[in-house]
Design a protein around this ligand. Sequence first.
Ligand code: URA
Length: 463
Amino acid sequence: MPTVHIPMRHSDTAFREAARGLLGSATAPEHVIWQFDNADGDLFAAPPPPVGPNKHLSVPRAYVDLMNVAVWHSDPQRFGRLYTLLWRLRDRPGLMSDRGDQGLAKLREMEKAVRRDKHKMTAFVRFREIDGGARRRFAAWFEPTHFITEPTAPFFANRFGDMDWIIQTPHLTAHFESGKIRFSDGVTKPPLPDDATEDLWRTYYANIFNPARLKVKAMQAEMPKKYWKNLPEATLIPDMIAQAERRARDMQEATPTLPPLRSDRILARLPVAPTPDALNACIRCPLYKSATQAVPGEGPRDADVMIVGEQPGDHEDLSGRPFVGPAGQLFDGVAKQVGLARERVFITNAVKHFKFTARGKRRIHQRPDAPEIEACKWWLNGEIAEISPRLILAMGATAAQALTGSGKNIGQRRGKIEHHNGQDILITYHPSYLLRVPDAELRDRDTALFRADLEQAATWIRC
Ligand code: URA
């Protein structure tokens, strides 16, 4: 019976290779033993069949997406489950959309748990500064539920690319040095130095805590107790809950305040999905001065697809909701034609405040510039971390710039999936562009391309 050893590092690649070999040699799942890392193995066990040079296997995209996430789950049977599903797909190619299938449902559950754990890691890792070399150095300890340190490390490399850091966990340690990620073995919890940063965390948390909105159950669902012991700000929680009622009364009489400026460095790095209150306190660029209000994204927190536009327009600025004006109506119309249900996607903008010049009573849209896009990326990254979408549809050059670092010719890039920081991004035209094209023939052609792009995005939404 072939025994397959899957290592802790690059488990996804090892599983893919092994599954390809097994499938190529028609080895049924019940004849395979899967072993993880250096678990004691049977010395005489047969290795998996090698992959033949020309073995081309066609596997549905939905399976690949599921496997890439579920493979990091801590369930010891995950490899067996994934291989069984792959095996069954040979005779039932439509299996991936069978909602009643128990094997698939179990793996979907596992996929969801891994996504959630990854999100928690992006939100709850707390770095402490350690003695530095040429670059500043930070260390953090985190206890994930699943084996997510490896697939989540690129998020931190992207967010904290200007410093060296190390994240230690019980199963794996991720190092980021001079712009490169590497991994070493996991460790038991090390003593980490106290750090002034912890005070900033407490300051930040005390400032965003709104006693008038306290819902203890919801708070614990979002920040489960198991994470509290490693969160400096969690020491404040019991006291804040106890005092919430009195503070809520006091707040009704007080005017709103902003977090102290000294916490800006920490604020600049926190992945937190923006609430309207937090966004409206934003002074990261000057756009807040003339806009009526900031416009946060909207949609389900577990959306598979996230849609990013440029910035709120006149209607959005007044209503506080994204894509409700003419561009939004065009988007809604085309989305409906291709079965992209707006209530299933999370829709937002790269920049959260309306930029305009006043001409008489009219407010004329102005494109946000590079520093404004850069300043607002913090909010956009917070939304991405919260939603963890499978696909982001970037509409127009500003969204493309914010998400890929390049706003180059959308006509040439549209319709193709780009990969940036581990995220799949599909680029398309902005609906406002389609509203402005003067030539009817060109407008029809580009609208058809836009429709094809939305249709492609819709295929990323799981049933
Ligand atoms: N254009 C955008 O990019 N976003 C909106 O919300 C409205 C118009």
